[in-house]
Design a protein around this ligand. Structure first.
Ligand code: ATP
Length: 224
């Protein structure tokens, strides 16, 4: 098949506890930069490598739904929530590949902090056979692959995979890594939860619709 018939779809996995403008802005910029057909937000039900999320999975998904409404390029994908068990990105990617068909190229989007821990993920090497990776820089978490904290096996796996331009992603079905020069926004869900718990404002850090949902449902507060 002619590679020009392929379309690229972005997958942004996360806990989204809650979703914030850090997520939304990298998604928007990467859709534009890489010419993605859509960006799928995939909330994780029960992430294996981090503490249990504070908000319920229904609340986290609902906040994503509210936050992305009005953006026709953004889609909420609830597959990991429906599974309601340990979430493995590799399984979701395999499922998506089957559902979306051969002429779709998947691009898995992570922040630099998440990517540097990739070797801890379940069957992580298989992911390179299923998708490309697009990495967004994050304040305080610059991508430094020569750092001692990055395991040798990840360095070696990545060595031949760096894409010099975003257009390279269109010329292969999987296996490349592109570092996206996105706007640095020092926003994290941890900071938002802490500010809400302390009764401080999180306005302009997350979309109003998601903030209204937090207030109405008393999420992250002492009361909640
Ligand atoms: P927490 O503070 O609870 O750890 P988080 O803000 O990192 O949460 P997640 O839902 O865990 O949010 O993140 C999902 C993905 O988005 C991860 O790959 C993460 O690296 C990336 N990400 C989150 N916030 C940013 C940001 N401000 N800039 C770039 N990438 C981000």
């Amino acid at each position: 098949m002619d590679r020009s018939e392929f379309s690229l779809i972005g997958i942004l996995g996360g806990t989204f506890d809650p979703v914030h403008y850090g997520h939304l802005r990298i998604a928007e910029e990467i859709v534009e930069m890489a010419g993605l057909r859509e960006m799928r937000f995939v909330p994780a039900a029960r992430p294996r490598l981090r503490s249990v999320p504070v908000a319920s999975l229904q609340d986290r998904a609902e906040m994503v739904r509210l936050a992305i409404q009005g953006n026709s390029g953004f889609v909420l994908d609830e597959r990991e929530i429906r599974r309601d068990d340990l979430s493995y990105s590799v399984d979701s990617l395999r499922e998506l590949k089957q559902e979306l068909g051969e002429n779709v190229t998947l691009c898995f989007v992570t922040g630099a902090d998440a990517f540097m821990k990739l070797a801890e993920w379940h069957r992580w090497r298989e992911m390179f056979g299923l998708c490309h990776f697009i990495i967004a820089a994050r304040p305080g978490h610059m991508l430094t692959m020569n750092h001692d904290a990055v395991p040798q096996e990840l360095k070696e796996e990545c060595a031949q995979r760096w894409a010099s331009s975003v257009d390279s992603l269109k010329r292969a079905t999987s296996g490349l890594i592109f570092i996206a020069p996105t706007t640095l926004l020092d926003i994290s869900a941890t900071i938002i939860r802490a500010r809400v718990a302390a009764g401080k404002s999180v306005r302009y850090l997350i979309p109003d619709a998601a903030l209204d949902y937090i207030v109405t449902n008393h999420l992250y507060s002492e009361e909640g």
